[in-house]
Design a protein around this ligand. Structure first.
Ligand code: BGC
Length: 371
């Protein structure tokens, strides 16, 4: 409930401040602000295995270079130790700022202390870093809203307000070590749990968490496609035999949705006949193709270009001693401090809007998504 209120407030702020931010994109980044830009910025990304992080890294590098900075970009193969040693190397190279999408939001406090002692500023990128005072700013998409959009999509697709039901739902959640995952789940579950309580939505596997706080019990470690696939296969094999069918799957993102779709395929579900409602997030190419093929119902798209733009701007503002853009100072407490944040708005994409939104806004070419 608290998260929801905060998210609503934050959305209002995004709308207001987003307009100002848009108006600002024409300024010349290098010549504005007085002080000369320059210096090395370290960018630490979790993994190359997920499409979005490749886009994030490339785009953020390009934006920072436009602002006159040099960059060093490293991917850590989803291994916490590797990310820590890459960060240590960047500290040794005297970076001015570290921009970090953390693999494990709890594990970076010691290395960030070393960074802060060396005068390096720290920006948490997309995922909050917990348990340390050494995180200066956070920029992300409105994570609660991502989940809320997924929940609302399911509510509408099944017409839960009016239909008698019951419908069989299988819920999934993201990686327990990723601070975003609980926000995604809460956003969705605040919409869906009343229907679970009333019996309109039933989880035959018994995996529906009793409360939002129990989300990690259905979390898929490392957001792995394979693990989501085998979990879905197990649930289908054990609980969906005979004429009992899955009607809807809450998937927090596209890497899980891909595995879930594979399990549904294997079990003989057919997009023209009985394919369940299936949610996602990121609008990865493979998932957009699945949306077009009727094997995924929607994805919550986060235009990672806007996140790169925003973070590059915040880095530049920080280093020039200017006021740093934030639009939320209440939602993201990392256990030690309230981290000043900038939240960007996500957007729902469905089969009918793929072309208009993703191609129209230049995110993908028609060729890339097989149109
Ligand atoms: C990001 C999602 C992504 C997931 C897996 C989350 O922290 O916000 O966009 O799908 O990590 O990489």
């Amino acid at each position: 409930m608290k998260l929801r209120k905060l998210a609503t407030l934050a959305l209002g702020a995004v709308l207001v401040i987003g307009l100002t931010a848009c108006a600002d994109t024409t300024r010349d980044p290098v010549s504005s602000g007085g002080e000369e830009a320059g210096g090395l910025i370290g960018i630490s990304m979790p993994t190359k295995s997920l499409e979005r992080w490749n886009n994030d890294g490339a785009n953020l590098e390009a934006r920072l270079k436009e602002f006159g900075y040099e960059t060093t970009l490293q991917y850590a193969d989803d291994k916490v130790d590797m990310q820590i040693s890459q960060l240590q190397n960047m500290i040794n190279q005297n970076v001015k700022v570290l921009v970090i999408a953390a693999i494990n939001g709890e594990a970076l406090a010691p290395v960030l202390k070393t960074a802060a002692d060396a005068g390096i500023k720290i920006v948490a990128y997309d995922r909050l870093i917990n348990g340390t005072e050494n995180v200066d700013y956070y920029a992300t998409f409105d994570n609660y809203l991502v989940g809320k959009y997924q929940g609302e999509f399911i509510e509408e697709a099944l017409d839960l307000k009016n239909a008698a039901g019951p419908f069989n739902i299988e819920p999934f959640a993201g990686s327990p070590d990723d601070n975003n995952a609980k926000f995604f789940f809460s956003g969705a579950w605040d919409v869906l749990s009343p229907y679970v309580e009333s019996g309109k939505l039933v989880s035959q596997s018994g995996k529906a968490p009793a409360t939002n706080d129990d989300w990690a019990s259905i979390g898929i470690q490392g957001w792995k496609t394979d693990s989501a696939q085998s979990e879905m296969q197990n649930r289908i094999n054990s609980f969906y035999t005979g004429s009992t069918k899955v009607d809807v799957v809450l998937s927090p993102n596209d890497s899980l949705a891909l595995g879930i779709a594979q399990a549904l395929d294997t079990a003989g579900y057919n997009p023209d006949v009985d394919w369940p409602v299936l949610t996602g997030q990121d609008a990865d190419i493979a998932n957009v193709k699945n949306i077009l093929a009727g094997k995924q119902s929607m994805s919550v798209w986060k235009d990672t270009r806007t996140l790169g733009d925003q973070v590059a701007k915040m880095v530049d503002q920080m280093l020039k001693g200017e006021t740093v853009d934030v639009n939320d100072t209440t939602t993201y407490h990392n256990g030690v401090k309230q981290v000043p944040s900038y939240l960007l708005p996500p957007e729902v994409v469905v089969k009918d809007t793929v072309e208009e939104i993703l191609v129209g806004k230049g995110y993908y070419t028609k060729d890339q998504i097989g149109l």
